[in-house]
Design a protein. Structure first.
Length: 448
C-alpha cells in the first residue's frame, strides 16, 4: 500500500530528526574541541605599542600588527573586531577567553605559553636600553648599579628580565612610551623597552634627547597570542601567515613600516673595547670607519656552517665589527657547537682573518663579502721544494708552506648564508700558488 504524500514527508522528517539526535552530541563535541571560528573573532590590541599598534587622531587603531592581522583575516576568511586594552591585560584577557587573540608585538616566553598559544613568529626584535643624553653612557645592565633605577612596561618580558638580571631598582610604567618618558625626564636612569618602541619614540620625541645602546640586550620574537580553547583559530592564523610569507605580501607590509630594516633585527649589543693605555704625549688611535648600512649591520655575528665535504662537516665563523674574522676548527658533529654563540668568548680555538663588504643589494636584501684566513702550517718531510741557487748545490729542503683560504659569501637579511671557500697552498717565497680544494658551504646566523 502506498502512503499518502503527507505521511511520506512526516516519515522522512522523523528519520532526519533521529539521525540529527544521534549525531549531534558527537558533532558538538568535535566542534567544541576544535573551537570553531564561526562568528566574530575578538582581538585585543595594545594600542600604545607603536609602530605595531597605536591610536590615530581619528580614534582608529593603526600599525604594522593591524595591517598584518587584517591581511591574515582576509586570507583566512575571518570576521574580526579589535579592542584597545593596556598591554598588561593582553595575556590574562586571552587566557580567560575574554578575547580570542591579542596583538602588540607580544614576545614569546615559557611563562606565557602556559596561559596561551602562540602563532608562528612574525617579527624578530628584542629589548634595548635607552637613557638620557645627559646621563653617563649605559652600554648594558652591568652599568646599572643598585643605586640606579630602570623603568619597564608593567607585565612585559623586559620587567621580568630586569627582576632576574639587574640589581637596579625596577620602576613599572603603564606603557613603553611612559617608561621612555620616565628615562627622558630623569625619573629613571634608563628604560628597558622593545627596540621598535624606542625607535618610534625617539623619532616622534626628538626633544626628549634619548640615546639607545647599539644592539639588543635580549633577543625575542613576536607572535599572535591565541586562546588555548581555540586550536582551530590558531591553525587558520598560522596557515594564513605561511601563505603571506610565501606570496611576498608579508614582506610588502614589512617594508611599508620598517623600510630596509633587516628581518632578523639589529646586531646584538657589544661593549666597545677599551683603548689601551697611551704613551705620554701620543694621540689615541683614530676610530674605525664603521659602515652604517643596516644590511651590513645585520651581517655581523656568528654563523653555523655546513660544508659540502664527504662526509659533511661543520664549522663556526664570527664576523666582528672591526673587520676581524674568527673561524673554528672543522668538526664532524654539529653538536660540538650547540652551546657556542660567539667565537669571541674564547670557548674554542680559532683561526683569525679579515673580511670586507664587496657589494650590498638593497633590492635583494643581500650582502656579498670576501674573507681571507691565513693557516699556520709547515710542510711535512715528504713535501719538498726544489731550491737551486747560483754557485750552490742543487738539493731539496723542507720549507714552510703558507696555506690560506679565501671566502666568497652571500648573506641574506634573514640570516642565511651561502658561498664557497678556496684553499690555496704556496711555498714562500717563489712557488706559485696552487689551489688545493674548493668547498661549497651554507649556514645560518646563530641566534644570540
Amino acid at each position: 500500500m502506498r502512503l499518502p504524500c503527507s505521511w511520506r514527508r512526516r516519515a522522512a522528517l522523523l528519520l532526519l530528526l533521529f539521525w540529527v539526535a544521534l549525531l549531534l552530541p558527537e558533532t558538538a563535541a568535535v566542534y567544541a574541541q576544535l573551537g570553531t571560528t564561526q562568528g566574530t573573532v575578538i582581538i585585543a590590541v595594545a594600542a600604545a605599542s607603536p609602530p605595531f599598534a597605536a591610536q590615530a587622531d581619528n580614534g582608529q587603531m593603526v600599525g604594522f600588527d593591524l595591517d598584518l592581522m587584517k591581511t591574515v583575516a582576509r586570507t583566512a576568511g575571518l570576521h574580526v573586531t579589535y579592542e584597545a586594552v593596556p598591554f598588561a591585560q593582553l595575556i590574562p584577557g586571552v587566557a580567560t577567553r575574554l578575547y580570542d587573540a591579542a596583538l602588540g608585538c607580544i614576545f614569546i616566553n615559557e611563562t606565557r605559553r602556559k596561559l596561551v598559544d602562540f602563532s608562528a613568529p612574525y617579527f624578530s626584535t628584542g629589548t634595548v636600553l635607552a637613557y638620557a643624553e645627559s646621563n653617563i653612557p649605559i652600554y648594558d645592565l652591568s652599568d646599572l648599579i643598585p643605586e640606579m633605577s630602570v623603568s619597564a612596561s608593567a607585565g612585559s618580558t623586559a620587567e621580568a628580565f630586569l627582576h632576574n638580571n639587574s640589581t637596579a631598582q625596577v620602576l613599572t610604567a603603564a606603557s613603553q612610551s611612559e617608561a621612555l618618558e620616565m628615562a627622558a625626564s630623569g625619573v629613571a636612569d634608563a628604560a628597558l623597552v622593545d627596540e621598535m618602541a624606542a625607535v618610534s619614540f625617539m623619532r616622534t620625541r626628538a626633544d626628549a634627547r634619548l640615546q639607545v645602546v647599539s644592539g639588543l640586550v635580549t633577543s625575542d620574537q613576536c607572535a599572535i597570542a591565541v586562546s588555548k580553547e581555540n586550536p582551530r583559530l590558531l591553525l587558520e592564523i598560522n596557515a594564513a601567515l605561511t601563505r603571506l610569507k610565501n606570496s611576498g605580501k608579508y614582506l610588502t607590509i614589512y617594508r611599508r613600516w620598517f623600510g630596509s630594516r633587516p628581518l632578523t633585527g639589529p646586531r646584538p649589543v657589544r661593549r666597545p673595547t677599551p683603548v689601551a693605555d697611551q704613551a705620554p704625549g701620543t694621540l689615541p688611535p683614530a676610530p674605525l670607519a664603521i659602515q652604517s648600512d643596516p644590511l651590513v649591520d645585520a651581517a655581523l655575528g656568528a654563523y653555523a656552517l655546513t660544508l659540502t665535504s664527504d662526509p659533511p662537516t661543520y664549522q663556526l665563523i664570527d664576523l666582528l665589527l672591526d673587520g676581524q674574522w674568527l673561524e673554528s676548527p672543522v668538526a664532524l658533529d654539529a653538536e660540538s657547537f650547540r652551546s657556542v654563540q660567539s667565537l669571541a668568548t674564547g670557548q674554542l680555538p680559532v683561526l683569525t682573518g679579515s673580511w670586507q663588504v664587496v657589494h650590498t643589494d638593497p633590492a635583494a636584501l643581500t650582502v656579498q663579502i670576501s674573507a681571507t684566513v691565513q693557516i699556520s702550517a709547515t710542510a711535512p718531510l715528504s713535501t719538498t721544494v726544489e731550491n737551486s741557487t747560483p754557485g750552490g748545490s742543487d738539493g731539496a729542503e723542507a720549507r714552510p708552506i703558507q696555506p690560506y683560504k679565501t671566502y666568497q659569501l652571500t648573506i641574506e637579511d634573514d640570516g642565511r648564508l651561502h658561498g664557497a671557500y678556496t684553499l690555496y697552498t704556496s711555498a714562500a717565497p717563489t712557488v706559485t700558488q696552487v689551489i688545493t680544494e674548493t668547498v661549497e658551504l651554507a649556514g645560518q646566523r646563530v641566534v644570540q
